[in-house]
Design a protein around this ligand. Structure first.
Ligand code: ADP
Ligand code: 5GP
Length: 211
């Protein structure tokens, strides 16, 4: 097992290729929370694919760091010009991964992390990327609802839409063959340790590429 892992690292190192990591799951499941811990522990190893969105920034969110906050017109123009790898409508707003966002991360020999919804997952699956797909799920729908409400970032309508999308997402995560790992984020420490475990081989690869 160990030897196989090493030879896989050497083979892919020769190709200078780091697998992108796609993180998905219902809004409020804890994706951003887990990613924040990961980026803190491995500041130079991972790079975040900064998506574009037409939704407004939340308190504390920075333009260009959390998202590129743009108008619908600007986003539609970019999509029409072929500037996006994927894009989707979620909870009444457009979201999308630009080619430039991914390129920025790869050019630094960092592992590219995408935080995208289930439509994004379906679309990335159609590309030739050899991505690692991870779903972050809440322990239950009730807990998710409580966490989303406690976060106090959504209007009543936003909350309703997100909870509706969450039901579909929870079903989607149970479909076989989509995700390499489904993490139930009940205890944050346990969830983080599972996330880290699946990424260890990739982390070693990135470390040796960055030497
Ligand atoms: P997402 O990025 O998936 O929308 P967040 O990371 O914003 O979700 O998490 C939603 C809310 O739940 C936040 O207020 C966060 O502090 C809280 N949260 C995240 N993980 C846990 C956990 N394991 N236990 C309790 N609360 C959590
Ligand atoms: P939020 O508004 O809570 O930041 O994100 C809402 C949803 O949009 C989340 O499920 C998040 O993963 C998803 N999302 C964020 N960026 C993108 C993107 O570039 N593409 C897609 N398809 N979904 C995204």
């Amino acid at each position: 097992m160990f030897m196989r892992q090493i030879s896989s690292i050497i083979r892919r190192q020769a190709m200078a290729e780091l697998r992108p990591v796609v993180i998905s799951g219902p809004s409020g499941a804890g994706k951003s929370t887990l990613l924040k811990i990961l980026f803190k522990e491995y500041a130079t190893i991972f790079g975040f694919s900064v998506s574009h969105t037409t939704r407004s920034p939340r308190t504390g969110e920075e333009n260009g760091k959390d998202y590129h906050f743009v108008s619908r017109e600007e986003m539609l123009r970019g999509i029409a010009a072929g500037e996006f790898v994927e894009s989707a409508e979620f909870s009444g707003h457009l979201y999308g991964t630009s080619k430039a966002a991914v390129q920025t991360v790869l050019s630094k020999n960092q592992i590219c992390i995408l935080d995208i919804d289930m439509q994004g997952v379906r679309n990335i699956k159609k590309t030739d990327w050899s991505a690692i797909y991870i779903s972050i799920q809440p322990p239950s729908y009730k807990v998710l609802e409580a966490r989303l409400k406690a976060r106090q970032t959504e209007t009543e309508e936003g909350l309703r839409r997100r909870l509706l999308a969450a039901k579909l997402d929870m079903e989607f995560s149970r479909q076989p063959g989509i995700f390499n790992l489904v993490i139930v984020n009940d205890n944050l420490e346990d969830a983080y340790s599972q996330l880290k475990s699946i990424l260890l081989e990739e982390i070693e690869m990135a470390k040796s590429l960055q030497k």
